[in-house]
Design a protein around this ligand. Structure first.
Ligand code: ATP
Ligand code: MG
Length: 224
C-alpha cells in the first residue's frame, strides 16, 4: 500500500494506551492525528453552536448524536485529503462507520488489545490529591510517603471511576459500543490486532506493521 494514503483508525479500551501509541505514530510517521473528542472539546471551548449542543451529551456521559458528530469529523477529514491520517474516537457507532466509509474508506484499523485485568490493575495504581489534582502512580511516580501528597502531606484518594468495579463497567461499556464497529471493519479485512500488556510491548509491533505500508518520517539517523 506504500503508494496510497493511510486512512487509519486506532481503537482500544480506556487506559489501553491509545494516546501513547498515537503519539508515537505521529512522531515516527508522516501521519495527521485527528481525535473526535479533541474536536468536540475545541468547539465547546469556542462556544460554537455545535459545541453547545454537544456539551449537553458529553457532560452526561452520553455519546453525541450521529448527526452532530459525523459531519464534524468528515469536514475535518476533507481538509486532510492529501495526508495520511489516524482517526481516534470515531467511529463509535455502525452508522458512523458506514457514513465514514462512504466519504473516505478506511484501509487500516489498529486494534489495541490489552488484557482487562492489566487495565484494571493499571488504573488502580493511580492516586490523586483531590484539592490540587496532583496525580501519582504507585509504580511509575509514587508519592514520597505512600498514601500522602508530597506537597501538603494530605491523604491521597482514588477516583470512584478508577475503582475496579467502575473500571470493569467502563470496559464492558466499551466492548459493547465497539463490537458493531469492529464487525463492520472485519468485513472489509482491515482490522489488525496488536496484543500486549504495556505500550512498550505493543509499540514495536505497530511500528513494524506501519513501516511495511508507509514510509517512516525520518530515515535512521545513523545512515547519514
Ligand atoms: P478516551 O479515554 O479514549 O480519551 P473518552 O471517553 O474520554 O475516551 P473522547 O474520545 O475524549 O472520550 O470523547 C469525549 C466525549 O465526546 C465522549 O464521551 C462522547 O460524549 C463524545 N464523543 C467523542 N467521539 C464521539 C463519537 N465518535 N460519537 C459520539 N460521541 C463522541
Ligand atoms: Mg478523553
Amino acid at each position: 500500500m506504500k503508494s496510497s494514503l493511510l486512512r487509519a483508525l486506532i481503537i482500544g479500551a480506556p487506559a489501553s494506551g491509545k494516546g501513547t501509541i498515537s503519539n508515537r505514530i505521529v512522531k515516527s510517521f508522516d501521519v495527521q492525528h485527528l481525535s473526535s473528542g479533541d474536536l468536540l472539546r475545541h468547539h465547546i471551548l469556542n462556544k460554537t453552536e455545535l459545541g453547545q449542543a454537544a456539551n449537553k451529551y458529553i457532560t452526561e456521559g452520553l455519546l453525541v448524536p450521529d448527526k452532530l458528530i459525523i459531519n464534524l469529523v468528515i469536514d475535518e477529514l476533507k481538509k486532510l485529503k492529501t495526508s495520511n491520517w489516524l482517526l481516534d474516537g470515531f467511529p463509535r457507532t455502525r452508522n458512523q462507520a458506514l457514513e465514514l466509509s462512504l466519504a473516505f474508506p478506511v484501509n487500516v484499523v489498529i486494534n489495541l488489545i490489552v488484557p482487562y485485568d492489566v487495565i484494571i490493575h493499571r488504573v488502580q495504581q493511580r492516586w490523586i490529591h483531590a484539592r490540587s489534582g496532583r496525580i501519582y502512580n504507585t509504580e511509575f511516580s509514587p508519592p514520597k510517603i505512600m498514601g500522602k501528597d508530597d506537597v501538603t502531606g494530605e491523604d491521597l484518594i482514588q477516583r470512584p471511576d478508577d475503582q475496579p468495579e467502575a473500571v470493569k463497567r467502563r470496559l464492558n461499556e466499551y466492548a459493547e459500543i465497539i463490537h458493531p464497529v469492529l464487525e463492520f471493519y472485519k468485513h472489509f479485512n482491515v482490522v489488525h490486532d496488536f496484543h500486549g500488556k504495556t505500550s512498550d510491548e505493543i509499540w514495536p509491533k505497530v511500528q513494524d506493521f506501519l513501516s511495511s505500508i508507509i514510509e517512516p518520517k525520518v530515515k535512521c539517523s545513523s545512515s547519514n
